[in-house]
Design a protein around this ligand. Structure first.
Ligand code: HMG
Ligand code: MG
Length: 297
């Protein structure tokens, strides 16, 4: 299994979108700069969503503009509809992510529409992005369980993944939004999705609510998936996913991968410094086990 894995850093978006403490635009920009300096060259920096729904992501345009000078980096932002796409493009976005859900309950709670309606909203975004030369990533939430609808069948995830893929998404990120999955279920889901989409075009976006994220990632690596979404310090969560906690911590992922001989290109000391700086801003210690262990040294 010794080859490369690409980590997509979620800290400045998923990581901060559910935090009670307001984080200034300057601190968000500094966080992104520190993460890129640590070797995380792909960073999701914000979301062009309703500021009434997610006030923490207001001013994502200022963040995106504020990091435009950073070299050797690709910045992603969420867009739920054409209004978000317009604003993202005006701020210079070159990669945007649309986000759907494998369950009707979460789709309604998160983006106030059915799954089918969300696809209709994404179609013009994907068509315009194609014309504009903008890459579009596609998320699917609740791939291993939904806080409203319960169990999710792998086929539901596979069908929706194929729809997003056929619309032109270059990569499909599979979200265990509430972190309830276990390794065999993660494998079943990934096998169903990769019947139609090459595993190299899939990403694993696992939240760590039940402490299963690393085990599930290992299971996914065995299935050939090589892209992992993670958040520095284990920050994160979705306000519309009751009970869910943070993304798998980038430190924990890097420690596991490097221990397996898989290169990540991440400098752990610099990543820890970025995490610790944000932890001071937020006024609480990181939940990452590796960050805690290294900080205790
Ligand atoms: P809606 O109420 O159905 O939309 O919300 P609407 O078109 O009826 O508009 C309502 C208001 O929102 C209007 O403003 C619009 O202008 C405004 P008002 O007239 O009331 O002042 N609006 C917007 N404002 C800014 N940017 C926009 C936008 N669109 C409409 N793009 C909507 C639909 C999707 C907008 C709303 O439900 C929303 O913003 N939801 C946010 C959802 C969100 O960001 N969730 C967290 C990210 S997803 C996640 O965390 C999961 C993930 O990490 C993967 C995983 O873990 O599974 C990706
Ligand atoms: Mg998430």
């Amino acid at each position: 299994m010794s080859d490369q894995v690409r980590i997509i850093e979620m800290g400045p978006r998923d990581g901060l979108q559910n935090e009670k403490t307001p984080v200034s635009v300057e601190a968000r920009i500094a966080f992104v700069e520190a993460l890129v300096a640590a070797g995380l060259h792909t960073v999701e920096v914000g979301a062009f969503v309703s500021p009434k729904a997610i006030p923490q992501m207001a001013s994502s345009d200022a963040v995106l503009r504020g990091v435009a000078h950073v070299k050797d980096a690709e910045f992603h932002v969420l867009v739920p509809n054409e209004k978000g796409y317009d604003a993202a493009r005006a701020a210079g976005a070159k990669v945007v992510s649309v986000f759907a859900a494998a369950s009707e309950g979460f789709s309604r709670a998160n983006i106030n529409c059915t799954v089918a309606e969300s696809i209709e909203r994404f179609k013009p975004v994907l068509a315009r992005a194609r014309d504009d030369g903008v890459k579009v990533r596609g998320y699917i939430s609740c791939v291993l369980g939904c806080p409203f609808d319960g169990e999710i069948k792998p086929k539901a995830v596979a069908d929706l993944a194929s729809t997003l893929w056929d619309l032109g998404c270059y990569e499909i990120s599979l979200g265990d939004t509430i972190g309830v999955g276990t390794p065999d279920r993660a494998k079943d889901m990934l096998r169903a999705v990769s019947a139609n989409i090459p595993p190299a075009k899939l990403a694993m976006h696992f939240h760590d609510t039940y402490g299963q994220a690393l085990a599930n990632l290992y299971a996914g690596l065995e299935e050939g998936v090589r892209v992992i979404d993670a958040a520095a310090g284990g920050l994160g969560g979705c306000p519309y996913a009751p009970g869910a906690t943070g993304n798998v911590a980038t430190e924990d992922v890097v420690y596991m991968l490097e221990g397996m001989g898989i290169r990540t290109g991440v400098d752990m000391d610099k990543l820890l410094a970025a995490t610790n700086e944000m932890s001071v801003v937020l006024g609480k210690p990181p939940v990452s086990r590796v960050a805690s262990a290294l900080n205790a040294k």
